[in-house]
Design a protein around this ligand. Structure first.
Ligand code: UN1
Length: 505
């Protein structure tokens, strides 16, 4: 079967009507072979307005459904996802190019957040607060917020939607999704699964979730629409720089999950065998196209030569290719030609800054000239300069040597991004310092694991130019609700707060 046939078979099995992925004006190219596997239609401006209007109507009905019932809807979605996992995981692989176990892992992440959200639907707790006034009580409640706009990137074409949607839905909010224009198929598949849930759920309004496909203009329409009180956007810092201020201009909320420039520190006491495995997965997994991918490695001088020699050996042997054709592949393709040229330009720039580079070259696939496979690159840098300061969405790992832990911390935090980080050490002082207030300045700080592959139970997101948003676990749900603080007087007097006297006689 050709990849196109495989994609059609999967889409059909997942319940997507045939006219949604054939005959539209936007070609969907699989990075595995460069083949056009489907054509989808962009949402016209009027269709986006319509989707928002429908979501707004759905909101009026959905917010009246008790939260645990809303949780039941998400539980059913989790069930659909369990059944669809093999097909949806493979579709993600075809569309985004990640290896199958990662495609399946992404669907697992959706299932996990559904489970989390089901529990959450009975735990949207507000506080009871002691009032300073006699016979008064203070309390807070969390109410549904309104339709949530979700803008996602190609590299996690379904999981990031689920982090947002599962929470938004139990919080009482419809969602409108603009997937990356590079990966619309898995979005259509997820929408079909949600529709299947809606059909068997008593009381789900129509248009509780919708998908609007298209380029930047479609995202901008969501960002500018006053009926959408919250937009959660994942992508580059450049994208966030446009989206953030536009949302702020209309006082809408933003959850921004932007660029990372994640580092790991390898200390003298590190378990090097474990570090080697962790670092390889974090740096070359997903072909370096995770926002949590490892990009900078700070290695102590005492272990530098040994460790880098081992890393080079692993890098030279790592299996690259089409994961559908070869199950032993660990590194799939870059998303497209532009990503390949950007990687090459970045490596050239790194060379100008003194990099010693091994790997990085194209791995030709003669029968598929428009697929872009590369050997992951290790770039030994004399200093943290030039492209080391930027996020390049490709498997480039910049390696630097340090001799003093505080100097390593300074280098670690010396970039503008602040998503994820990790330390490899068995020295508890170093470890505790790294995760303390004077340590890593990132939203995620791991110990003896790499910076990528976070579980959904924790809040996900980062500081500085990563945008400050938090999604998924912990109390990230609060961003999807509006808080009402109420003070209730159950007495007959009217004492004022702060002891103010205001006697009208
Ligand atoms: C992303 O790359 O946008 O922590 C998200 C991880 C995944 C999610 C990455 N759970 O690597």
């Amino acid at each position: 079967m050709t990849l196109t046939e495989q994609a059609s078979t999967l889409l059909h099995a997942l319940g997507v009507p045939g006219d949604r992925y054939a005959g539209g004006g936007r070609a969907v190219q699989s990075p595995l072979t460069g083949e056009i596997v489907a054509e989808v239609a962009d949402a016209e401006p009027a269709a986006v307005l319509e989707a928002v209007a429908r979501a707004h109507e759905a909101f009026a009905a959905w917010r009246a459904v008790p939260a645990p019932r809303r949780g039941e809807f998400v539980r059913l979605l989790g069930e659909e996802l369990r059944a669809a996992k093999p097909a949806l995981g493979k579709l993600v692989t075809i569309e985004a190019g990640k290896i199958l176990t990662e495609g399946l892992g992404e669907v697992q992440e959706m299932i996990d957040i559904c489970d989390f959200a089901v529990g959450l639907s009975r735990q949207l707790y507000g506080l009871t607060i002691a009032s300073e006034r006699t016979n008064h009580r203070m309390m807070e409640q969390w109410h549904p917020l309104g339709p949530v706009g979700i803008i996602t990137a190609f590299n996690f074409p379904v999981a990031v939607w689920a982090w947002n949607a599962a929470l938004a839905l139990v919080c009482g909010n419809p969602v409108i999704w603009k997937p990356s224009e590079k990966t619309p198929l898995s979005a259509l598949a997820v929408q079909a699964l949600v529709e299947r849930v809606a059909a068997r759920f008593d009381g789900a309004p129509a248009h509780l979730t919708s998908v609007v496909i298209g380029g930047r203009e479609v995202g901008e329409r969501l960002v500018d629409d006053p009926r959408i009180p919250l937009v959660s956007a994942t992508g580059s810092t450049a994208m966030g720089r446009l989206v953030g201020p536009r949302l702020a201009r209309r006082f809408a909320r933003a959850i921004l999950e932007l660029g990372g420039n994640n580092a790991s520190i390898v200390c003298p006491s590190a378990d090097l065998a474990l570090a080697l495995r962790a670092i390889t997965f974090a740096a070359v997994g997903t072909a370096g196209q995770r926002c949590t991918s490892l990009r900078r490695l700070l290695v102590h001088a005492s272990v530098y030569d040994t460790f880098i020699a081992q890393l080079k050996r692993v890098y030279a042997g790592v299996r690259i290719g089409n994961p559908i054709a070869d199950a032993a592949v660990l590194v799939g393709p870059l998303i497209d030609e532009a990503a390949f040229h950007k990687m090459q330009a970045t490596l050239a720039e790194a060379r100008k800054h003194g990099a010693q580079i091994s790997g990085g070259e194209r791995v030709e696939s003669p029968e598929h000239p428009s697929a872009y496979y590369v050997r992951p690159a290790l770039a030994e840098m004399p200093a943290q300069t030039g492209p080391v300061m930027e996020e390049t969405f490709a498997p480039i790992l910049y390696v630097m040597k340090y001799s003093d832990f505080d100097e390593a911390l300074e280098l670690h935090n010396g970039v503008r991004q602040g998503l994820s980080s990790s330390i490899f050490s068995t020295d508890m002082r170093e470890v505790e310092k790294f995760i303390s207030f004077i340590g890593s300045d990132c939203g995620i700080a791991n110990v003896n694991i790499g910076p990528s592959g976070a579980e959904i139970g924790g809040a996900f997101g980062g500081e500085k130019e990563t945008g400050g948003g938090r999604e998924a676990g912990s109390d990230a749900w609060k961003a999807y609700m509006r808080r009402v603080t109420s003070t209730i007087n159950f007495g007959h007097d009217l004492p004022l707060a702060q002891g103010v006297k205001f006697d009208i006689g």
